[in-house]
Ligand binder design. Structure first.
Ligand code: TYM
Length: 331
């Protein structure tokens, strides 16, 4: 049976990118695999966080996981900081990694640059982020990791670290593969469609948040940047805005780009944008409704308590193997 692990940071309000690139794809695995879905709050603190906000976003994210269709009877849903083996194995992975390979990570370079611009200091955790992510995955003997295209480099380093450890200390870890949605489902900014849609974009028109109300979603899609060519055609170079809206359409409607092109032949962008907005609202509204019900409910704590116990059991078994292999024990 496949073992699936994935996680999302509670570092901001989740976007349509997080949903189509990751969360939506977590759900079908529940039917066939052993699934671990984590709220990776220790990754969020690699950049400064307001403690109260971090706490509430952690709960919000758990509620969103469940609202999106995660079933606690089928999946183990838990908070990273409540299973100490993540940080413990994370340290062992840090000690197996090299400074040079960490400094070459593109996410490190861009996040470090942002921090430097803001305040001058680069948190060391930004550099040691990939070994912690490797620990997350390896603790569960995971073989498949559903993530968006932006995580490819992190997945490569996870495999490298696992192979390096196994080679040096014996076969402890399963080597995991990345699982990407068809077509990549890389959702781009609505205002600057050559860069990724992100939780932290300062332009509110650039990002659709999972908790946006229907009328906000409609307005944002209406204002999405397009071009003056006037035909719905998939060309990332010449029509990046339209290509982005087509990929959102396709991820929800399951229609191919050719089918979408045919549907809007001879029409302007108005009808197309309206249909994309309807699709997004249709997908998000039930999630938003269920999220509102779950947010304050005691059900959420019971689910996360049980998740912590189940995750801890599995993680500890691997952790014990790893410390024994490395010689980190006394008796
Ligand atoms: P994070 O929190 O930045 O994003 C969570 C997931 O959402 C995907 N994603 C996108 N997909 C398509 N289009 C976008 N615009 C977009 N923005 C985000 C990401 O690819 C990701 O799958 N390092 C991870 C968190 C992590 C993790 C793990 C993931 C920590 N440990 C172990 C998997 C396994 C991250 O920063 O995700």
């Amino acid at each position: 049976m496949d073992v699936i692990f994935s996680g999302i940071q509670p570092s901001g309000s989740l976007t349509l990118g997080n949903y189509l690139g990751a969360l939506k794809n977590f759900i079908p695995f529940q039917e066939t695999a052993e699934c671990y879905y984590c709220i990776v709050n220790q990754h969020a603190i690699t950049v400064p966080q307001d403690p109260k906000l971090l706490h509430s976003r952690t709960r919000d994210l758990a509620a969103l996981y469940i609202a999106a269709g995660m079933d606690p009877k089928k999946s183990t849903i838990f908070v990273q900081s409540e299973v100490p083996e993540h940080a413990l194995l994370g340290w062992m992975m840090i000690c197996s990694a090299y400074v040079g390979e960490m400094e070459r990570m593109t996410q490190y370079k861009s996040k470090a640059q942002k921090q430097e611009k803001k305040g001058g200091f680069i948190p060391l955790g930004l550099l040691t982020y990939p070994p912690l992510m490797a620990a997350d995955i390896l603790l569960y003997q995971t073989n498949l990791v559903p993530v968006g295209a932006d995580q490819r480099q992190h997945m490569e380093i996870t495999r490298d670290l696992a192979e390096r450890f196994n080679h040096k200390y014996g076969e402890v870890f399963t080597i995991p593969e990345m699982w990407e949605p068809k077509g990549g489902a890389r959702v781009m900014s609505l205002q600057e469609p050559t860069s990724k849609m992100s939780k932290s974009d300062e332009n509110e028109w650039a990002t659709i948040h999972m908790l946006d109300e229907a009328d906000t979603i409609v307005k944002k899609i209406k204002r999405a940047v397009t071009d003056s060519l006037g035909h719905v055609h998939y060309d990332k170079e010449k029509q990046p805005g339209i290509a982005n809206l087509m990929s959102i359409h396709s991820a929800i409607s399951k229609k191919s780009y050719e089918e979408i092109e045919k549907m809007y032949e001879g029409q302007g962008y108005g009808t197309f944008k309206k249909d994309v907005a309807d699709l997004v609202v249709g997908e998000m509204q039930p999630i938003l409704d269920r999220y509102k019900e779950l947010k304050g409910s005691p059900e959420l704590d019971a689910i996360l308590d049980e998740g912590r116990e189940k995750a801890h059991k599995k993680a500890n078994a691997t952790y014990v193997k790893a410390i024994e292999a490395m010689g980190l024990y006394r008796k």
